[in-house]
Design a protein around this ligand. Structure first.
Ligand code: NDP
Ligand code: X2W
Length: 335
């Protein structure tokens, strides 16, 4: 007997990737898929790549219909998921891909997001120490932000091991355009994005408090860059060492030994976003800067995979008592 899952926001990019993963999941059955402006449309018209659900019609986002599922994925714009979640029965399992329930500090929420803070759910990053068990026993899980997961996986083990200073962490990260969602935006016009790299939200990105909360960083400068590709995040994290001789790569290997989706690459090979496309993988590599002595970790993910839908399915598997990697792959699509 399969688990019935629902996707709210199924017409968006993250929702579409959830549907793709659900279609290939050995234990999931799609109960409801909802949209807002596209409610009433068949999925074949919205996501032509998803032939499994071509005739499935998008429903409006009605909590009563979502509540019929064993687990609900919320892939709604920031600020919209809290109201929907509040109308779902307490026993209904929910994974929110939005930011509404990620932050513990209401002050941090108010600095970066509009509207009131909705409260805090279990943070959905299974590879953090102790987090896998917490996710498995939770009915409400807040999946990670896309830049946040790439950066936290690179940084958290170094701070936890006392290798990197939690102060003066510097992150520059590039994202593909699907990170900005599907609704039309002037800065995402194809003719302007192609052939261009552009920084945005400089010094004021909303993932800063999330990265600090989950990695233990105290002061962090984060600069996001929009890259002319549909998917992928490459995060370059640099931090001050806490001691004279440190083996950063070994610290990452120790932290992620036995992890199926996080891979520290062989020495001399650096992460490429293209190698993670379509997968739930995170690729890492580390070095020490010969001039400044700063520790450098580079991390690559697919923002719609480990950065969104893949991570959400990994959490859902844990919450439903299924094998953690069911329906997910560490292998990407290339070229
Ligand atoms: N894109 C990414 O890489 C990542 C996204 N996320 C998070 O996932 C969530 C969805 O993002 P993404 O898929 O990119 O966004 P999209 O803009 O592509 O999709 C948004 C979805 O929400 C629906 N929607 C829009 N407005 C409302 C509303 N007022 N009430 C209910 N539903 C509404 C849209 O329906 P319709 O199209 O029918 O109007 C669509 O299905 C966001 O919270 C985002 O932060 C998290 C990690 C990474
Ligand atoms: C390219 C681009 O615009 N990316 C978005 C990612 C935000 C997003 O969707 O973030 P969550 O992961 O928090 O849900 C941004 O930088 O705001």
């Amino acid at each position: 007997m399969g688990m019935r899952v629902a996707v709210a926001g199924a017409s968006g990019y993250a929702g579409g990737e959830l549907l793709r993963l659900i279609a290939g999941h050995p234990h999931f059955e799609l109960a409801v898929a909802t949209g807002q402006s596209q409610a009433g449309s068949p999925l074949g018209a919205v996501h032509p790549h998803l032939v499994t659900y071509a005739d499935h019609v998008l429903a409006p986002t009605d909590p009563a219909a979502l509540a019929e599922a064993d687990l609900v994925f919320l892939a709604l714009p920031h600020g919209e998921s809290a109201a929907v979640a509040a109308q779902l029965p307490a026993h209904t399992k929910v994974v929110d891909l939005g930011a509404d329930h990620r932050l513990i500090d209401p002050g941090a929420w108010t600095r970066y997001y509009p509207g009131p803070h909705a409260g805090t759910w279990t943070y959905g990053l299974p590879e953090l120490p102790g987090q896998r068990a917490k996710i498995a026993e939770s009915t409400r899980v807040a999946a990670t932000g896309c830049y946040a997961v790439a950066t936290i996986l690179a940084l958290a083990p170094l701070i936890a091991a006392g290798i990197a200073s939690p102060d003066d962490v510097v992150v520059v990260a590039s994202s593909g355009t699907s990170g900005a969602g599907k609704s039309p935006k002037a800065h995402l016009l194809g003719s302007e994005v192609m052939g261009d790299l552009s920084p945005y939200k400089v010094g004021a990105h909303q993932h800063v408090p999330e990265i600090k909360q989950a990695s233990g960083a105290r002061t962090l400068s984060f600069t996001p860059v929009l890259a002319p590709m549909p998917r992928g995040i490459l995060s370059t994290v640099t931090a001050k060492p806490q001691s004279a001789a440190v083996d950063v790569r070994q610290a990452l290997l120790d932290a992620y030994a036995g992890e199926h989706f996080v891979r520290v690459l062989p020495e001399g090979r650096w992460p490429h976003t293209a190698a993670t496309f379509g997968s739930n993988a995170c690729h890492l590599q580390a070095a020490v800067d010969v001039d400044s002595g700063r520790l450098i970790v580079v991390s690559a993910i697919d923002n719609l995979g480990k950065g969104a839908a893949g991570q959400a399915v990994q959490c859902a598997n844990l919450m439903l008592g299924l094998p953690e990697s069911a329906g997910l792959s560490a292998n990407g699509v290339a070229p």
